[in-house]
Design a protein around this ligand. Sequence first.
Ligand SMILES: C[S@@+](CC[C@H](N)C(=O)[O-])C[C@H]1O[C@@H](n2cnc3c(N)ncnc32)[C@H](O)[C@@H]1O
Length: 278
Amino acid sequence: MNAHTEAENYLLDFHRRIVSSTSIAFGAVPASLNGVVHASSYHALASMLPLDDNALSVVDIGCGDGHLLGLLAAQKHRGLRLIGVDMSDGELDVARAVLPADIALLRERAQDLSIATGSIDVVLSHMALMLMGDLEQVFSEIRRILRPSGLVAFIVGGKGLLEPVRHLYLNELRPILREENISLCLHNERTTSEEGWRTLLSPSFTDCRFADVDLRIDATPTEIWDSFLSTTYDVDLLSSEGQEKLRKRTMAALASHCDSNGKLRYGCGLRLVAARAR
Ligand SMILES: C[S@@+](CC[C@H](N)C(=O)[O-])C[C@H]1O[C@@H](n2cnc3c(N)ncnc32)[C@H](O)[C@@H]1O
């Protein structure tokens, strides 16, 4: 495996300390895609696969604890060959413990895959690609392993947190990040817009499509804070004093927006991107 960047070293450390955070946060939140409500954003992504028993090789890039691979394996398509790729030993250890033994798990960087050229029909990825550096190289590798007209489909951040939580949370977070001089950037600016994704994909992919994936959940301020604390890299980067300051301010700001059950509507907008290998 090539040397890791500073951002990758941070991600490796995070995913060693806090495993399965993404599947815990997103695994049971209903997600609507093109007017259909799926059990979660993982199910929405899984719906991109053809529902037949023809031979199909599928790779999940940045597979984490293997939640998506587990869903795909449970569909019991004959002919489905599954491979997970992640650089985190912490997440892959969990994946290995829960997934069927015939799912191959590779500990490697998406920028440098060991998978044979042209051997894969579908590449999927859930909430991982926007974190990766050198995305040109990542997509060059994805194109290399895909057969011609093979499918790449991935879910990444989109519109982000919904109001009022977005405004309340970001207003409190930004000054504390500044006070603590935290500048580690964990996302690639081009991954925040359709235009950016098109630019990244266009050298090797065609038929680029985008769709919103909307998640909604009613939660108490404490539940919302707990989810920020366990899934948000920006919050994890703060000192414990910074986290406590943010917790108090966020809880106070959210409390005034709760309904009579002490809950408020919480959710976020993700983006599904799909394209075909040229
Ligand atoms: C937010 S987690 C999502 C995990 C999983 N896809 C899910 O949704 O449950 C991002 C994952 O991407 C992995 N990752 C980030 N950059 C990577 C890279 N360059 N190569 C391989 N894996 C990477 C991390 O180790 C982490 O497991």
